[in-house]
Design a protein around this ligand. Structure first.
Ligand code: SF4
Length: 482
């Protein structure tokens, strides 16, 4: 749904973690390749095709581990497989169309592949999916993480056989209880793995389908999160990204997000904890305090704004006013001066006239964002806004407004990066870019590239920033990479 993503966003699976690190499962140069060698030949193969958000990526990785534990080989998404799991997104109608196209493409390439569809579209689009030829299994949200067990119960180690009609595991009622995840995300190949800590949302913003697709708020048990994180660290990962729908409302057995961070900070070998997108009204003083302390919690907030107009914020059902958002950001910047701050802005929400857009622009200009993600409004069946009597915004205006915000985002990123010129910063390296520079991130989300012949993936180096070219801070390695 993003027509414009005005920033560099890490690819879902940038590259395998660095080789040669100690691991609980024996990975070689590629995690999938390494595990494949551990499974006797003749076992059925499963591939994953993940659309949508970080949460889906994290869940696909856990599902991969669970399929592996019941004897499947996990193969790359481009390889032919006995079973293809399509983990879908339903955030817009375009996202759903993309899911259907992907299913058709997989079936065209290999008509014998057993197709299992799960994720948000399987929850809200079950009727449409039932009618689509070639789908063999549909698992809605409540059954998503049970998929390996469901398949194994039916096929008992044999490659799943195509069906004339899909098996459907679906209920509109989604559990509200705390949860554990039985299989850990062994198949997330990111340098900075996503660790799921929470699911669902109770906020019901008028444009958002997530409370319907993923259900109400619930949290993962703290010990379960610590165990998964320890496994990542034992495998050589230095940073984890805490992932959920409404992370700031993490609550499990009396512990909140700050308590969880305190517990994670005690894990030896973990250098960085990053919070992914978090609702502005849910960031507590205790969270800011931990960022300010300079411990393991990255000084970084991705704080969705959506609009700078009180009228639009109210119609969206957002839980803050323009003034409250502004005051919160100013207080956060005062407490955490090196904070990396990003945001989401939605353009073209019904009723957003030129005056409302100007209010958004002026608020964005007043605040020290280092990048913006710009989303065009997309009307989504089942959301509250579809029942509101608000005038639509012409698509020409949406494109023009997006362009203005994207230009601003580019300028902001350059300014933010440029302020770091002359500083020496720690960079966690991820992957080599097309120009041959090895690139990684600082804790406050500056993407930095250096020249290096070696494989720096998953390692941390001190870098002196010397310039900014094409949205990338460039610098020189100082001393040993560790
Ligand atoms: S806070 Fe609003 S936009 Fe975010 S997931 Fe919840 S309902 Fe959707």
């Amino acid at each position: 749904m993003r027509i414009a993503e005005c920033g560099q966003v890490a690819a879902p699976f940038p590259r395998p973690m660095r080789s040669g690190t100690e691991s609980l499962v024996d990975c070689t140069d590629s995690m999938t390749g390494g595990l494949l060698q551990m499974v006797p030949p003749g076992k059925p193969a499963v591939s994953f095709h993940t659309l949508g958000c970080r949460l889906n990526q994290s869940e696909s990785a856990s599902l991969g581990a669970a399929f592996y534990s019941v004897g499947y080989r996990v193969v790359d998404e481009t390889a032919s497989a006995d079973l293809a799991v399509i983990n879908t997104c339903s955030v817009t109608e375009q996202a759903e169309a993309k899911c259907r196209n992907l299913i058709r493409k997989i079936l065209k390439q290999n008509p014998e592949t057993f197709i299992a569809v799960t994720g948000c579209y399987a929850q809200v689009g079950v009727d449409a999916l039932r009618k689509m030829p070639g789908i063999d299994l549909i698992a809605g949200t409540e059954f998503k993480m049970d998929l390996p067990k469901l398949v194994e119960e039916v096929f008992e180690g044999r490659p799943p056989a195509k069906r004339t009609a899909p098996m459907v595991f679906h209920t509109p009622k989604i559990s509200r209880s705390d949860f554990t995840i039985e299989s850990y995300a062994a198949f997330d190949q990111a340098t900075r793995p996503n660790v799921k800590i929470q699911d669902g949302c109770d906020f019901f913003c008028s444009f958002c389908i997530i409370p319907t697709t993923r259900g109400r708020e619930r949290s993962r048990k703290l010990d379960d999160i610590l165990l998964e994180t320890s496994i990542w660290v034992a495998r050589g990962h230095r940073e984890i990204v805490l992932t959920g729908v409404n992370l700031g409302n993490y609550r499990s057995e009396g512990e909140d997000l700050a308590d969880l961070i305190d517990a994670l900070e005690t894990i030896d070998g973990l250098d960085r904890i990053r919070i992914s997108s978090i609702e502005p009204t849910t960031v507590s003083d205790r969270i800011l305090d931990r960022m300010a302390r300079g411990g393991k919690l990255c000084p970084y907030l991705h704080l969705p704004l959506q609009s700078g107009s009180d009228a639009v914020l109210s119609a969206m059902g957002r839980r803050y006013t323009r003034k409250e958002y502004l005051e919160f950001v100013r207080a956060a910047m005062a407490q955490v001066p090196n904070l990396g701050l990003g945001t989401d802005v939605m353009v073209g929400f019904p009723g957003e006239g030129e005056a409302e857009f100007v209010e958004t622009l002026s608020l964005v200009e007043a605040l020290p964002f280092s990048y913006l993600h710009v989303f065009p409004f997309s009307r989504r069946k089942g959301t509250r806004v579809t029942k509101m009597d608000l005038p639509p915004v012409p698509s020409r205006a949406i494109k023009a407004r997006s362009r203005i915000l994207c230009d601003l985002s580019r300028r902001r990123r350059k300014e933010f990066y440029s302020r770091a010129i002359g500083e020496t910063v720690d960079v966690l390296f991820e992957t080599r870019n097309e120009e041959g520079l090895f690139c990684g991130l600082t804790s406050n989300y500056i993407r930095v590239g250096v020249e290096s012949d070696g494989d720096l993936s998953g390692r941390v180096g001190s870098v002196r920033i010397e310039g900014v070219i094409d949205g990338l801070a460039q610098g020189r390695l100082i001393g040993e990479v560790r």
